[in-house]
Ligand binder design. Structure first.
Ligand code: NIG
Ligand code: FE
Length: 411
Protein backbone atom coordinates (compact mmCIF):
# COMPACT_ATOMS: atom_id res chain seq x y z
CA UNK A 1 0.00 0.00 0.00
CA UNK A 2 1.46 3.37 -1.05
CA UNK A 3 0.02 6.74 -0.08
CA UNK A 4 1.22 10.05 -1.46
CA UNK A 5 0.48 13.31 0.37
CA UNK A 6 0.75 16.29 -1.94
CA UNK A 7 0.69 20.10 -1.62
CA UNK A 8 1.67 19.95 2.06
CA UNK A 9 1.93 23.56 3.22
CA UNK A 10 5.01 22.66 5.30
CA UNK A 11 6.59 19.33 6.17
CA UNK A 12 8.20 19.68 9.58
CA UNK A 13 11.21 18.02 11.20
CA UNK A 14 12.68 16.62 8.00
CA UNK A 15 16.03 15.02 8.70
CA UNK A 16 17.86 13.55 5.69
CA UNK A 17 20.11 11.58 7.99
CA UNK A 18 18.58 10.74 11.28
CA UNK A 19 20.13 12.48 14.26
CA UNK A 20 20.04 10.84 17.68
CA UNK A 21 19.06 13.99 19.53
CA UNK A 22 19.51 17.75 19.33
CA UNK A 23 21.22 19.80 22.04
CA UNK A 24 21.82 23.44 22.93
CA UNK A 25 21.76 25.83 19.95
CA UNK A 26 20.82 23.00 17.55
CA UNK A 27 17.43 22.91 19.23
CA UNK A 28 16.55 26.23 17.60
CA UNK A 29 16.76 24.64 14.16
CA UNK A 30 13.70 22.85 12.89
CA UNK A 31 14.32 21.69 9.34
CA UNK A 32 11.25 21.91 7.09
CA UNK A 33 10.23 21.75 3.44
CA UNK A 34 7.55 24.15 2.21
CA UNK A 35 5.06 23.02 -0.45
CA UNK A 36 6.11 19.41 0.01
CA UNK A 37 5.11 15.86 -0.78
CA UNK A 38 5.42 12.80 1.46
CA UNK A 39 5.30 9.23 0.21
CA UNK A 40 4.64 6.31 2.51
CA UNK A 41 4.72 2.64 1.73
CA UNK A 42 3.06 0.26 4.19
CA UNK A 43 4.44 1.25 7.58
CA UNK A 44 7.41 3.32 6.43
CA UNK A 45 8.30 6.75 5.13
CA UNK A 46 9.92 6.13 1.73
CA UNK A 47 10.27 9.58 0.18
CA UNK A 48 9.59 13.29 0.55
CA UNK A 49 10.65 16.52 -1.03
CA UNK A 50 9.49 19.71 -2.61
CA UNK A 51 6.44 19.48 -4.92
CA UNK A 52 8.67 20.78 -7.73
CA UNK A 53 10.75 17.64 -7.46
CA UNK A 54 7.83 15.21 -7.43
CA UNK A 55 8.02 12.73 -10.27
CA UNK A 56 4.89 11.01 -11.49
CA UNK A 57 4.48 7.69 -9.79
CA UNK A 58 1.79 4.99 -9.52
CA UNK A 59 0.40 5.00 -5.99
CA UNK A 60 -2.63 3.47 -4.28
CA UNK A 61 -3.90 6.71 -2.78
CA UNK A 62 -3.23 10.43 -3.16
CA UNK A 63 -4.15 12.81 -0.35
CA UNK A 64 -4.20 16.55 -0.97
CA UNK A 65 -2.90 18.38 2.11
CA UNK A 66 -3.28 21.92 0.78
CA UNK A 67 -3.04 24.45 3.65
CA UNK A 68 -2.07 21.74 6.14
CA UNK A 69 1.14 21.01 7.99
CA UNK A 70 2.56 17.52 8.53
CA UNK A 71 4.87 16.72 11.40
CA UNK A 72 6.09 13.57 13.18
CA UNK A 73 3.82 12.36 15.97
CA UNK A 74 4.66 13.39 19.52
CA UNK A 75 6.89 11.01 21.50
CA UNK A 76 5.62 10.89 25.08
CA UNK A 77 8.50 9.37 27.01
CA UNK A 78 6.99 9.56 30.51
CA UNK A 79 3.49 8.46 31.53
CA UNK A 80 1.66 6.54 34.23
CA UNK A 81 -1.24 5.77 31.91
CA UNK A 82 -2.36 2.65 33.81
CA UNK A 83 -4.18 3.62 37.00
CA UNK A 84 -7.28 2.59 38.87
CA UNK A 85 -9.11 5.77 39.64
CA UNK A 86 -8.91 9.53 39.48
CA UNK A 87 -8.01 11.72 42.49
CA UNK A 88 -10.06 14.86 42.12
CA UNK A 89 -10.61 14.93 45.91
CA UNK A 90 -6.92 15.77 46.34
CA UNK A 91 -7.25 18.38 43.63
CA UNK A 92 -9.87 20.15 45.76
CA UNK A 93 -7.70 19.69 48.90
CA UNK A 94 -4.91 21.52 47.09
CA UNK A 95 -7.24 24.34 46.08
CA UNK A 96 -8.06 24.63 49.77
CA UNK A 97 -4.42 25.04 50.67
CA UNK A 98 -2.80 21.64 51.20
CA UNK A 99 0.43 20.91 49.34
CA UNK A 100 1.15 17.79 47.26
CA UNK A 101 3.58 16.67 49.98
CA UNK A 102 1.04 17.26 52.79
CA UNK A 103 -1.57 15.20 50.94
CA UNK A 104 0.95 12.37 50.51
CA UNK A 105 1.83 12.49 54.23
CA UNK A 106 -1.87 12.04 55.05
CA UNK A 107 -1.95 8.77 53.07
CA UNK A 108 -3.20 10.36 49.86
CA UNK A 109 -1.06 10.57 46.78
CA UNK A 110 0.65 7.51 45.37
CA UNK A 111 -0.43 5.30 48.32
CA UNK A 112 -4.07 6.23 47.69
CA UNK A 113 -3.69 5.18 44.04
CA UNK A 114 -1.96 1.95 45.08
CA UNK A 115 -4.75 0.93 47.45
CA UNK A 116 -7.31 1.38 44.70
CA UNK A 117 -5.23 -0.40 42.08
CA UNK A 118 -4.61 -3.41 44.32
CA UNK A 119 -8.40 -3.90 44.43
CA UNK A 120 -8.99 -3.46 40.71
CA UNK A 121 -8.92 -6.36 38.27
CA UNK A 122 -6.42 -6.58 35.44
CA UNK A 123 -9.33 -6.57 33.02
CA UNK A 124 -10.76 -3.30 34.37
CA UNK A 125 -7.33 -1.67 34.42
CA UNK A 126 -6.81 -2.72 30.83
CA UNK A 127 -10.17 -1.34 29.67
CA UNK A 128 -9.57 2.07 31.25
CA UNK A 129 -5.98 2.28 30.06
CA UNK A 130 -7.04 1.42 26.54
CA UNK A 131 -9.51 4.30 26.44
CA UNK A 132 -6.80 6.71 27.62
CA UNK A 133 -4.36 5.36 25.06
CA UNK A 134 -6.85 5.77 22.21
CA UNK A 135 -7.51 9.37 23.29
CA UNK A 136 -3.85 10.38 23.41
CA UNK A 137 -3.20 8.80 20.02
CA UNK A 138 -6.02 10.95 18.58
CA UNK A 139 -4.22 13.99 20.00
CA UNK A 140 -1.02 13.09 18.18
CA UNK A 141 0.96 10.80 20.46
CA UNK A 142 2.68 8.22 18.27
CA UNK A 143 5.00 6.51 20.76
CA UNK A 144 4.64 6.24 24.51
CA UNK A 145 6.27 5.00 27.69
CA UNK A 146 4.07 3.61 30.47
CA UNK A 147 5.18 2.95 34.05
CA UNK A 148 4.07 0.67 36.83
CA UNK A 149 4.38 2.07 40.36
CA UNK A 150 0.78 2.18 41.57
CA UNK A 151 0.92 -1.49 42.59
CA UNK A 152 3.57 -1.45 45.33
CA UNK A 153 3.15 -5.19 45.95
CA UNK A 154 4.56 -8.06 43.93
CA UNK A 155 1.16 -9.03 42.54
CA UNK A 156 -0.09 -5.53 41.80
CA UNK A 157 3.14 -4.36 40.13
CA UNK A 158 3.06 -7.41 37.86
CA UNK A 159 -0.63 -6.79 37.17
CA UNK A 160 0.11 -3.25 35.98
CA UNK A 161 2.93 -4.40 33.74
CA UNK A 162 0.80 -7.18 32.27
CA UNK A 163 -1.71 -4.50 31.30
CA UNK A 164 1.08 -2.60 29.53
CA UNK A 165 2.15 -5.81 27.80
CA UNK A 166 -1.39 -6.34 26.51
CA UNK A 167 -1.48 -2.76 25.22
CA UNK A 168 1.83 -3.44 23.43
CA UNK A 169 0.34 -6.53 21.82
CA UNK A 170 -2.94 -4.95 20.77
CA UNK A 171 -1.89 -1.49 19.56
CA UNK A 172 0.48 -0.67 16.75
CA UNK A 173 1.97 2.39 18.46
CA UNK A 174 5.45 1.74 19.89
CA UNK A 175 5.08 1.30 23.67
CA UNK A 176 7.88 0.99 26.23
CA UNK A 177 7.28 -0.34 29.74
CA UNK A 178 8.99 0.87 32.88
CA UNK A 179 9.09 -0.95 36.21
CA UNK A 180 8.59 1.63 39.00
CA UNK A 181 8.18 -0.57 42.08
CA UNK A 182 10.16 2.14 43.92
CA UNK A 183 7.52 4.84 43.48
CA UNK A 184 6.77 5.16 47.22
CA UNK A 185 7.28 3.14 50.40
CA UNK A 186 4.03 1.23 51.13
CA UNK A 187 2.45 2.18 54.49
CA UNK A 188 3.02 -1.31 55.95
CA UNK A 189 6.79 -0.96 55.31
CA UNK A 190 7.11 2.53 56.78
CA UNK A 191 9.16 1.31 59.72
CA UNK A 192 10.99 -1.31 57.68
CA UNK A 193 11.75 0.24 54.30
CA UNK A 194 14.73 -2.04 53.86
CA UNK A 195 12.38 -5.05 53.62
CA UNK A 196 10.45 -3.40 50.77
CA UNK A 197 13.63 -2.46 48.92
CA UNK A 198 14.83 -6.06 49.24
CA UNK A 199 11.49 -7.22 47.89
CA UNK A 200 11.94 -4.98 44.85
CA UNK A 201 15.45 -6.28 44.25
CA UNK A 202 15.02 -9.95 45.09
CA UNK A 203 11.41 -10.66 44.12
CA UNK A 204 9.92 -8.06 41.83
CA UNK A 205 12.81 -7.50 39.41
CA UNK A 206 13.39 -11.24 38.77
CA UNK A 207 9.66 -11.79 38.10
CA UNK A 208 9.44 -8.74 35.83
CA UNK A 209 12.36 -10.14 33.83
CA UNK A 210 11.02 -13.68 33.82
CA UNK A 211 7.77 -12.53 32.21
CA UNK A 212 9.52 -10.02 29.92
CA UNK A 213 7.43 -7.19 31.31
CA UNK A 214 9.70 -4.12 31.27
CA UNK A 215 12.32 -2.25 29.28
CA UNK A 216 13.28 0.31 31.94
CA UNK A 217 13.69 0.70 35.67
CA UNK A 218 12.57 3.84 37.49
CA UNK A 219 12.79 5.12 41.08
CA UNK A 220 11.20 8.22 42.66
CA UNK A 221 14.42 9.70 44.07
CA UNK A 222 13.16 12.42 46.41
CA UNK A 223 12.99 13.43 50.09
CA UNK A 224 10.34 11.25 51.73
CA UNK A 225 10.61 8.63 48.96
CA UNK A 226 13.95 7.04 47.98
CA UNK A 227 17.41 8.36 48.85
CA UNK A 228 20.17 8.51 46.22
CA UNK A 229 21.84 5.52 47.92
CA UNK A 230 18.66 3.45 47.72
CA UNK A 231 18.11 4.64 44.17
CA UNK A 232 21.62 3.50 43.30
CA UNK A 233 21.01 0.00 44.69
CA UNK A 234 17.71 -0.40 42.87
CA UNK A 235 19.03 0.93 39.57
CA UNK A 236 22.05 -1.37 39.79
CA UNK A 237 19.84 -4.38 40.45
CA UNK A 238 17.65 -3.42 37.51
CA UNK A 239 20.66 -2.90 35.25
CA UNK A 240 22.13 -6.25 36.17
CA UNK A 241 18.85 -7.82 35.11
CA UNK A 242 18.86 -5.91 31.81
CA UNK A 243 16.64 -2.91 32.59
CA UNK A 244 17.83 0.56 31.59
CA UNK A 245 17.46 3.34 34.21
CA UNK A 246 15.01 6.19 33.55
CA UNK A 247 14.44 8.12 36.75
CA UNK A 248 12.08 10.53 38.59
CA UNK A 249 14.47 12.99 40.19
CA UNK A 250 14.72 16.62 41.41
CA UNK A 251 10.97 17.22 41.47
CA UNK A 252 10.99 19.06 44.81
CA UNK A 253 14.58 18.87 46.04
CA UNK A 254 18.07 18.38 44.68
CA UNK A 255 19.50 15.63 46.88
CA UNK A 256 22.26 14.24 44.70
CA UNK A 257 20.06 11.95 42.66
CA UNK A 258 21.21 13.25 39.28
CA UNK A 259 24.78 12.18 39.97
CA UNK A 260 23.47 8.71 40.84
CA UNK A 261 21.48 8.55 37.61
CA UNK A 262 24.36 9.72 35.43
CA UNK A 263 26.72 7.22 37.11
CA UNK A 264 24.21 4.51 36.28
CA UNK A 265 24.01 5.70 32.66
CA UNK A 266 20.34 6.57 32.90
CA UNK A 267 18.63 7.04 29.55
CA UNK A 268 16.73 9.99 31.01
CA UNK A 269 16.27 12.04 34.17
CA UNK A 270 12.73 13.31 34.47
CA UNK A 271 11.09 16.26 36.31
CA UNK A 272 14.07 18.52 37.24
CA UNK A 273 11.81 21.31 38.52
CA UNK A 274 14.69 21.99 40.91
CA UNK A 275 18.16 21.94 39.42
CA UNK A 276 21.52 23.16 40.73
CA UNK A 277 24.70 24.08 38.88
CA UNK A 278 26.26 20.89 40.23
CA UNK A 279 23.41 18.88 38.70
CA UNK A 280 24.00 20.56 35.35
CA UNK A 281 27.70 19.75 35.56
CA UNK A 282 26.80 16.11 36.10
CA UNK A 283 24.61 16.06 33.00
CA UNK A 284 27.28 17.62 30.78
CA UNK A 285 29.26 14.96 29.01
CA UNK A 286 26.66 12.29 29.76
CA UNK A 287 24.27 10.62 27.33
CA UNK A 288 21.36 11.14 29.72
CA UNK A 289 18.38 13.08 28.36
CA UNK A 290 16.83 15.68 30.70
CA UNK A 291 13.03 15.46 30.47
CA UNK A 292 10.71 18.31 31.51
CA UNK A 293 7.07 17.70 32.44
CA UNK A 294 5.49 21.16 32.30
CA UNK A 295 1.88 20.05 32.69
CA UNK A 296 2.84 18.60 36.09
CA UNK A 297 4.20 22.03 37.09
CA UNK A 298 1.04 23.64 35.76
CA UNK A 299 -1.30 21.33 37.64
CA UNK A 300 0.59 21.33 40.96
CA UNK A 301 1.60 24.99 40.80
CA UNK A 302 5.26 24.12 41.30
CA UNK A 303 8.22 25.67 39.43
CA UNK A 304 8.77 24.82 35.77
CA UNK A 305 11.97 23.04 34.78
CA UNK A 306 14.51 25.66 33.74
CA UNK A 307 14.76 24.47 30.16
CA UNK A 308 16.44 27.70 29.05
CA UNK A 309 19.27 27.08 31.49
CA UNK A 310 19.73 23.46 30.42
CA UNK A 311 19.79 24.46 26.74
CA UNK A 312 22.20 27.35 27.42
CA UNK A 313 24.61 24.74 28.81
CA UNK A 314 24.45 22.95 25.49
CA UNK A 315 22.33 20.14 26.92
CA UNK A 316 19.41 18.51 25.10
CA UNK A 317 15.87 18.60 26.49
CA UNK A 318 12.83 16.41 25.94
CA UNK A 319 9.20 17.10 26.85
CA UNK A 320 6.66 14.56 28.09
CA UNK A 321 3.25 14.60 29.77
CA UNK A 322 3.68 12.59 33.02
CA UNK A 323 0.02 11.57 32.53
CA UNK A 324 -1.11 10.27 35.96
CA UNK A 325 -4.06 10.71 38.34
CA UNK A 326 -2.19 12.72 41.00
CA UNK A 327 0.07 15.33 39.53
CA UNK A 328 -0.94 15.46 35.84
CA UNK A 329 -4.36 14.17 34.82
CA UNK A 330 -3.73 14.98 31.16
CA UNK A 331 -1.97 13.14 28.36
CA UNK A 332 -2.21 16.00 25.89
CA UNK A 333 1.21 16.59 24.33
CA UNK A 334 -0.12 19.63 22.45
CA UNK A 335 -0.71 21.34 25.78
CA UNK A 336 2.79 20.32 26.94
CA UNK A 337 4.29 21.95 23.85
CA UNK A 338 2.24 25.12 24.46
CA UNK A 339 3.30 25.30 28.11
CA UNK A 340 6.94 24.77 27.15
CA UNK A 341 6.69 27.86 24.95
CA UNK A 342 4.50 29.98 27.23
CA UNK A 343 5.97 29.19 30.64
CA UNK A 344 9.42 27.73 29.95
CA UNK A 345 10.13 30.25 27.15
CA UNK A 346 11.17 27.63 24.63
CA UNK A 347 10.79 28.71 21.03
CA UNK A 348 8.30 26.66 18.98
CA UNK A 349 11.29 25.07 17.19
CA UNK A 350 12.88 24.05 20.49
CA UNK A 351 9.59 22.73 21.88
CA UNK A 352 8.82 20.70 18.75
CA UNK A 353 12.33 19.23 18.74
CA UNK A 354 11.94 18.39 22.44
CA UNK A 355 8.59 16.67 21.86
CA UNK A 356 9.64 14.69 18.77
CA UNK A 357 13.28 13.71 18.16
CA UNK A 358 14.44 14.21 21.76
CA UNK A 359 11.36 12.39 23.06
CA UNK A 360 12.22 9.54 20.71
CA UNK A 361 15.74 9.44 22.20
CA UNK A 362 14.24 9.27 25.71
CA UNK A 363 12.32 6.19 24.50
CA UNK A 364 15.39 4.68 22.85
CA UNK A 365 13.45 4.80 19.57
CA UNK A 366 15.31 7.59 17.77
CA UNK A 367 16.21 5.27 14.90
CA UNK A 368 12.51 4.55 14.24
CA UNK A 369 10.52 7.70 15.02
CA UNK A 370 10.81 11.40 15.92
CA UNK A 371 11.58 12.82 12.48
CA UNK A 372 10.51 12.64 8.85
CA UNK A 373 13.36 10.50 7.58
CA UNK A 374 13.38 7.82 4.87
CA UNK A 375 13.09 4.38 6.46
CA UNK A 376 11.53 5.60 9.69
CA UNK A 377 8.02 4.58 10.74
CA UNK A 378 5.20 6.49 9.05
CA UNK A 379 4.05 7.94 12.39
CA UNK A 380 3.02 11.51 11.65
CA UNK A 381 0.12 13.91 12.00
CA UNK A 382 -1.73 16.21 9.68
CA UNK A 383 -2.96 19.51 11.10
CA UNK A 384 -6.07 21.43 10.20
CA UNK A 385 -5.57 24.34 7.81
CA UNK A 386 -3.28 26.61 9.84
CA UNK A 387 -1.12 29.63 9.12
CA UNK A 388 2.23 28.32 10.39
CA UNK A 389 3.67 25.78 12.81
CA UNK A 390 3.86 28.55 15.42
CA UNK A 391 0.09 28.22 15.61
CA UNK A 392 0.45 24.76 17.18
CA UNK A 393 1.77 26.01 20.58
CA UNK A 394 -0.02 29.38 20.25
CA UNK A 395 -3.40 27.69 20.09
CA UNK A 396 -3.10 26.47 23.71
CA UNK A 397 -5.79 24.43 25.40
CA UNK A 398 -7.06 23.17 22.09
CA UNK A 399 -5.35 21.29 19.31
CA UNK A 400 -5.07 21.45 15.57
CA UNK A 401 -4.44 17.78 14.82
CA UNK A 402 -6.86 16.54 12.18
CA UNK A 403 -5.44 13.11 11.35
CA UNK A 404 -2.89 10.87 12.99
CA UNK A 405 -1.09 8.07 11.13
CA UNK A 406 0.61 5.26 13.00
CA UNK A 407 2.72 2.89 10.90
CA UNK A 408 1.00 4.32 7.87
CA UNK A 409 -2.52 3.65 9.15
CA UNK A 410 -4.93 6.50 9.83
CA UNK A 411 -6.19 6.28 13.40
O1 NIG B 1 5.66 11.84 38.17
N1 NIG B 1 6.43 12.22 41.28
C1 NIG B 1 6.15 11.05 41.30
N2 NIG B 1 5.23 10.40 40.60
C2 NIG B 1 4.22 10.98 39.76
C3 NIG B 1 2.99 11.40 40.48
C4 NIG B 1 2.42 10.35 41.29
C5 NIG B 1 1.09 10.64 41.90
O2 NIG B 1 0.87 11.71 42.50
O3 NIG B 1 0.25 9.77 41.75
C6 NIG B 1 4.81 12.12 38.98
O4 NIG B 1 4.44 13.30 39.14
FE1 FE C 1 5.97 10.60 36.65
Amino acid sequence: MTTLFINIKELIQVRETSVQKVSGEEMKELPTIKNAFLLIENELIVDYGSMDALQSKEVDEVIDATGKIILPTWCDSHTHLVFASTREGEFVDRINGLTYEEIAEKGGGILNSAKKLQNTSEEDLYKDAEVRLQKVIKMGTGAIEIKSGYGLSVEAELKMLRVVKRLKENYNIPIKATFLGAHAIPAEYKSNREAYIEMIINEMIPLVIQEGLADYIDVFCEKGYYTPEETDRILKAGKEAGLIPKVHVNQFNSIGGIATCVENKALSVDHLEVITDADIDQLKGSNTMPVALPSCSFFLGIPYTDGRKLISHNLPLALATDYNPGSTPSGNMNFVVSLACIRMKLTPEEAINAATINGAYALNLEDQIGSITRGKLANFMVTETITSYNFIPYNFGSHTIEDVYIKGIRM
